[in-house]
Write a protein that binds this ligand. Structure first.
Ligand code: GLA
Length: 363
């Protein structure tokens, strides 16, 4: 299918939004801490035309079997399906006083869903950016990221932080976005040319809706409350003695967040110095913390990270994104990344019987 085939006309607007991979800083964003994501080459293409009236028509190459779906503005109802992302956009825009009329939208994405690479943020941010153009909405990219987060929190029902939306709205290839999720201040940091990033999707689907993600978030909020701070961000690495105020299970969760915030700042220094071995060690420490303290890894992801870390061209690797499945990110030398990625995927498939896919580097 195509926009033309679905709606018998050509689109007025076509834009692309990338997926993201988080280099380091996991589960820190909803604790008002630091993150360091960058974009991946896979994108979500949004083709859109404004129409009068209040009917919104939606089609997608990825969901071709659904045909053309539609809903009326002001009549958005959650269906627990992918069209909630579009319904959520129109509902949140209306509640923010942003006027749009009906429109046709066609989605064509190469960002895999459920891989921990922000397919939903790419879709939501992309649709809002397309609507900004179609209806001349005065919205800065940061405002778009905040609206996109509201779509997830208020309509879709995923209690996510702000990292993904900011990453896909603002980051550019070859640079990492060092973001303070409390103030939303950010710096773009060049990724050294000597570095080769690897992203491998384990093929185990992950989701941020409900379950483990939401439970981790509640644990962090409770830990902050017990320690008398607004958010875990407010406990520095030199104040970890405060963790003794927490019951053991919360202590582990909070320790991950506090040490992870320190690792993000150390990673920025390493990135700026082009110190790849140091950055690789931080990836490894981050993974161990997510596996043992935050407990968001899975046995298969641990195997994938272990195989990656054993590769001679790899400095370090870790689970990336919300966890409970999804992808890993590994740091290799620029020249070694391609060969290492193929070797890691092959060994993982042999050992687990799963069908991983190498997303970065792109062939
Ligand atoms: C998901 C969420 C983000 C963030 C990560 C974990 O990607 O959307 O807000 O919390 O998990 O770092």
């Amino acid at each position: 299918m195509s926009f033309e085939a679905a709606f018998n006309t050509s689109p007025n607007i076509v834009i692309s939004t990338p997926g993201r991979v988080n280099l380091i800083g996991e589960h820190t964003d909803y604790n008002e801490g630091f993150v360091l994501p960058t974009v991946i080459p896979q994108t979500t293409k949004i083709a859109l035309s404004a129409r009068g009236g209040s009917r919104v028509r939606i089609a997608s190459r990825n969901m071709a079997e659904s045909g053309v779906l539609h809903f009326m503005l002001g009549d958005e109802v959650r269906h627990n399906s992918w069209i909630d992302y579009i319904q959520g956009v129109t509902q949140v825009l209306a509640s923010a006083g942003r006027r749009v009329t009906g429109f046709d939208v066609y989605i064509d994405s190469t960002v895999p869903a459920g891989a921990g690479l922000s397919s939903s943020a790419a879709l939501i941010v992309g649709v809002i950016k397309a609507l900004r153009l179609a209806f001349q909405l005065e919205l800065k990219d940061t405002a778009i990221a905040l609206l996109a987060q509201r779509v997830e929190n208020e309509f879709v029902g995923a209690r996510v932080g702000i990292m993904d939306q900011m990453a896909v709205a603002l980051a550019t290839p070859g640079q990492a976005l060092f973001l303070d999720t409390r103030s939303l201040d950010y710096k773009l940091i060049a990724i050294p040319k000597t570095a080769g990033l690897i992203v491998i999707n384990s093929s185990i689907k992950h989701s941020n809706i409900g379950g483990g993600y939401s439970e981790r978030r509640s644990s962090c909020e409770e830990s902050a409350r017990i320690m008398g701070v607004r958010a875990l961000r407010d406990i520095g690495i030199d104040a970890t003695q405060k963790l003794t105020m927490l019951p053991p299970h919360l202590m582990k969760r909070a320790r991950h967040v506090i040490t992870e915030n320190a690792r993000v700042q150390a990673a920025v220094t390493a990135l700026q110095a082009g110190d790849l071995p140091r950055l690789g060690s931080l990836f490894k420490e981050s993974h161990a913390s997510m596996r043992d303290d935050f407990e968001v890894s899975t046995p298969e992801i641990d195997i994938l990270v272990e195989i990656a870390c054993a590769d001679p061209d790899v400095y370090g690797a870790r689970l990336t994104g919300g966890g409970f499945g999804g992808s890993i990110v590994a740091l290799a030398s620029a020249n070694g990344a391609r060969g290492a990625a193929d070797r890691i995927a092959k060994r993982f498939a042999e050992r687990t019987g799963l069908s991983p896919s190498v997303l970065v580097p792109v062939v």
